[in-house]
Design a binder for this molecule. Structure first.
Ligand code: 5RP
Length: 275
């Protein structure tokens, strides 16, 4: 039976020019250019291996950022392993932005959209900071709204990150650039003003694209991003609600009661799990 299955997989993937190879063993991976990159890869590979139910999961969210690169890489490796390929060829991967769309395609995975698949089995995404209660700041890479749409549409949201993202207690401790907030372009002046006057934000700035682009960063949804510094955030759920009430706000980078688990890679190759 297994021999027939392998024969079928070899036959069915040959047509697409895919070269089959077994899933690389995480203990024997080639070194990367920095220990930080290795930490990200360890976290991502372990998160996928421990949470992907390859025989049952079909609709998989792939987030944005530099750590998720290794999530897409690992999913692509499942596709190339004769043992898993028959299942992995059924995966439909949902991106959270342009970068993740490219990651899905370059790793040979099938691309879908959240409009086609509004209920996901699982999503893997990075974070800018994770507090002790698994509340997150995200949006450092500017993919905020789509990331929240996808992560809140999934049965499980697994965070992949390196050790720098784990907060000792409160959000705003390690990530000091402020809470990213996606806003409608015509409303950004009003939101900047309301953040300072109504919500007593310490500082709020429109994120700029320089040096790559003159003028503001424009998101995949053609919106702007404001970074709002509230210092240490003791009650992220209340702050999220208050920001969301401001006219012009599309979404906040505070991800409340959304993540199921977080994997943090360390430079020594160990990975810490927070649940
Ligand atoms: O929220 C995000 C993008 O908007 C990213 O997931 C977050 O910035 C983490 O990125 P990285 O894995 O590069 O540290």
């Amino acid at each position: 039976m297994l021999r027939n299955l392998n024969k079928f997989v070899r036959f069915s993937t040959r047509g697409f020019g895919l070269k089959m190879s077994p899933l690389p063993d995480v203990k024997h991976l080639p070194a990367l250019h920095s220990t930080l990159e290795q930490a990200k890869r360890f976290a991502a590979y372990r998160a996928v291996d421990e949470n992907l139910d390859y025989a049952n999961h079909r609709v998989i969210g792939v987030g944005s950022g530099s750590t998720v690169i290794y999530v897409a890489e690992r999913l692509g490796q499942y596709l190339l392993d004769p043992q898993y390929s028959i299942y992995a060829s059924q995966f439909v991967c949902i991106p959270t932005g342009f970068q993740s769309k490219e990651l899905i395609l370059t790793n040979g995975l099938r691309l879908g959209s959240v409009e086609q698949y509004p209920a996901l089995d699982i999503v893997f995404d990075g974070a800018d900071e994770v507090d002790e209660n698994l509340q997150l700041i995200k949006g450092g890479g500017g993919c905020l709204f789509q990331e929240k749409l996808v992560s809140t549409s999934a049965a499980k949201f697994i965070v992949v990150a390196d050790y720098r993202k784990r907060s000792p207690k409160y959000l705003g401790t390690n990530w000091v650039k402020g809470v990213p907030i996606e806003v409608v372009p015509s409303g950004y002046i009003r939101v900047l003003r309301d953040l300072k006057t109504k919500l007593k934000c310490k500082n709020a700035v429109l994120r700029q694209g320089a040096p790559a682009k003159a003028g503001p960063v424009v998101t995949d949804n053609c919106n702007f991003i404001i970074d709002a510094d509230f210092g240490k955030i003791e009650r992220p759920e209340i702050l999220h609600r208050d920001i969301k009430m401001l006219v012009g706000v599309v979404e906040t980078g505070l991800f409340i009661d959304n993540a199921s688990k977080a994997y943090f890679g360390n430079p020594d190759g160990s990975v810490e799990l927070q649940v």
